[in-house]
Design a binder for this molecule. Structure first.
Ligand code: DDQ
Ligand code: CA
Length: 269
């Protein structure tokens, strides 16, 4: 492999060695770590809004003032259009029962939605939420989170990889590995594109990782562990999952699976 110095994580190097008239191939796995530890950020609550306690949040993204949400569990997955200020569900579409819906992202007036283990994604019309197409994943086994930078779509799959997808064909083109100064991390769930960085919930952790999309460096972690005490507990896995950024007003929102609140937060550095 040609070493791409920009990218952290696992690299497989192969070299051909000639000796005494023989040719041998040597393969070596090396892991490039980041040279600095992630910064630790705290948060401040700016506002609280109602959130459906029965929404097992898997994807969350704004388009203008409207919030879009994908909810999971097989047999009760949905796609929703929401007034975030009141929590009112404007449109709700049930996903066919065999699918466990996961992350969503919005690009070119379309909503792209992943499913967890069915290796299938769906495409919907942004305003009506009518299904207008689908796509398959060719490299990764699972679908977890999605976000986009206006040009490319980014997809997490539960492994240490975050994929870059072609925005037209949805084909998995390239990937980064999320890396700290200690190792390569995995289980990035809901994603959000925020001012040139990928924000990612780590599955079952009360924090958000801030990731450099160019090299995979995990640059900072926002510790959100105080939030779960501010929501009513639910029998289901009620973990932090759901990041949505209103880019026009630079507002950051987070919620959790089956949380009764959506929080607007400010990062405290
Ligand atoms: N994921 O979002 C982390 C990708 C999957 C969440 C799955 C949690 C529900 C567990 C229920 C298992 C039923 C087969
Ligand atoms: Ca999101």
């Amino acid at each position: 492999e040609k070493i791409d110095n920009e990218k952290l994580g696992t690299h497989i190097l192969t070299a051909q060695v000639f000796y005494d008239g023989n040719i041998d191939t040597i393969t070596k796995k090396i892991v490039f770590l980041n040279n600095v530890a992630p910064k630790l950020y705290k948060y401040k609550i700016v506002a609280e809004y109602p959130h459906d306690r029965n929404a097992f949040t898997q994807g969350l993204e704004f388009y203008g003032d409207t919030l879009y949400e994908s909810t999971g569990h097989k047999g009760k997955s949905t796609l929703r259009k929401i007034n975030y200020k009141t929590g009112e569900i404007l449109i709700k579409k049930d996903i066919p029962k065999q699918f466990f819906a996961e992350g969503i992202t919005i690009l070119d007036n379309k909503i792209f939605q992943l499913t967890w283990q069915s290796k299938e994604g769906f495409i919907y019309d942004l305003s009506t939420l009518e299904k207008i197409g689908g796509f398959a994943y060719n490299n990764s086994k699972e679908g977890w989170g999605l976000c986009n930078d206006g040009k490319h779509i980014y997809k997490s799959d539960g492994t240490k990889k975050i994929w870059t997808l072609d925005a037209t064909t949805l084909a998995e083109k390239d990937y980064i590995e999320v890396t700290t100064n200690k190792g390569v991390k995995s289980k990035f769930n809901e994603l959000e594109w925020v001012e040139g960085k990928i924000y990612a919930n780590t599955w079952q952790k009360d924090g958000i990782a801030i990731i450099n999309p160019k090299n995979g460096a995990l640059e900072a972690v926002i510790d959100l562990s105080g939030l779960r005490n501010k929501v009513s507990r639910h029998d289901d896995l009620d973990v932090l999952n759901g990041i949505a950024y209103k880019a026009d007003t630079k507002q950051l929102f987070v919620t959790g699976k089956n949380w009764n609140k959506l929080f607007e937060i400010e990062i405290v550095k």
